[in-house]
Design a protein around this ligand. Sequence first.
Ligand SMILES: [Zn+2]
Length: 425
Amino acid sequence: MSRVLGKYVPAISLVVCTLLIWGAWSMTATQAPPPELAVKAPVAIVSQRPIRVGVTPEPQASVAIEISEPFHVTAVGSPKVLLKAPRLARTTVTATPRGLKIGKHELSVTRLEIVADKTPAVWIEGHQYRGRMRLFRASGGKVLAVNVLPLEEYVASVIDSEMPGDFPDEARKAQAIVARTYAIYQMQQAGRDAPLDLYASTRSQKYLGFQYRDGSRLLAGESVASRRIAAETRGQVCTYQGQVFCTYYCAVCGGGTVKGTEVFSDAAAPLAVVKCDWCKEANLYRWTAQVAKRDAQADIAPLLGRDGKKPGTLKSVSVVRAKGAGSLSEFDLKSDRQTVRVSGAELRQALAGRGLYSPRFTVEDQGNTWRISGRGHGHGVGLCQWGARGLALSGKTSEQILAYYYPGMQLTTLKSPGAAPPVKR
Ligand SMILES: [Zn+2]
């Protein structure tokens, strides 16, 4: 999700807003303490194991690696040390017919784990991570890197990765809680034997690690402030009817959130439609893009021809208005051969790289170009990050913010939520 605007969460949106819950606010002025352990056992158990984060977006032909502390390498699940060294200068990991090769060291295992005496130590593709690093030989002779670390250490980095440090504390606390909840939900879904629980990119939620290089600059992936916020919200999760649900969230909803089931098949009831007047200061509250018709024709041809038919020449695109609040509009693409109905998300995906920030937009034919006018950044479901900022500035607490964007949810504190980070780095 995660990802300021461009820097963090992608998202989406096209919404028709509604009413909902504004009135419910006043009821939350006095907060009862969060209920302890209203959550089923599997959640408490899952949150005690380390999280496994895929830090390469997908398996790669080679992965850049560097290790700055003494370390040893084992096969995953085995105590036997296969390699030990005081450090590793920058090199690459590749797959071989026998296993995996780290620099000049070839190891006859397909799943290995790097354990450093002190972390953070391991750098992968310009990011340095806390915890352990696993390397898997994937199909096609590729390599997948997975960072394994305590959940709360992970949350401390996601806070800064997903939300600017100058957003108010209560917004960042809400971010911490939705990030933790999202992570635990993904851990439950993945199960114990899966190689990973989620990814470090906006495909899941953004996780930059401990620090990273951006050209010649070295930037922090976490901070004293983000570790403090992780500690202050330690173990807090959003639940609905006693269970953790997938807390989807977006960067800017653009005026109202999208009904969760419009976008995600596993959307729980709290992913409802709420009006949001709090994200107006975001640059992408409204946006426009100009796309040359010639480019649009090329981009859209696969959609026009998706049933194996010839796409023909694109003649027009028209919006099929959504029915009901929080629903997404569709589009009719008409060529000289046929008319195809597609979702805003499909059309946005086809026009990737053309400056469409959400699936909520209209298209105006201006002769040789389309003028596309849209709202919001991201899918528009769940907590609106810029809205959380606005609400926090208006004096709302993190719990009030969460109750607003996920109506019906409860804030629950897990009893044994894994190692919390100390405040100091
Ligand atoms: Zn919003």
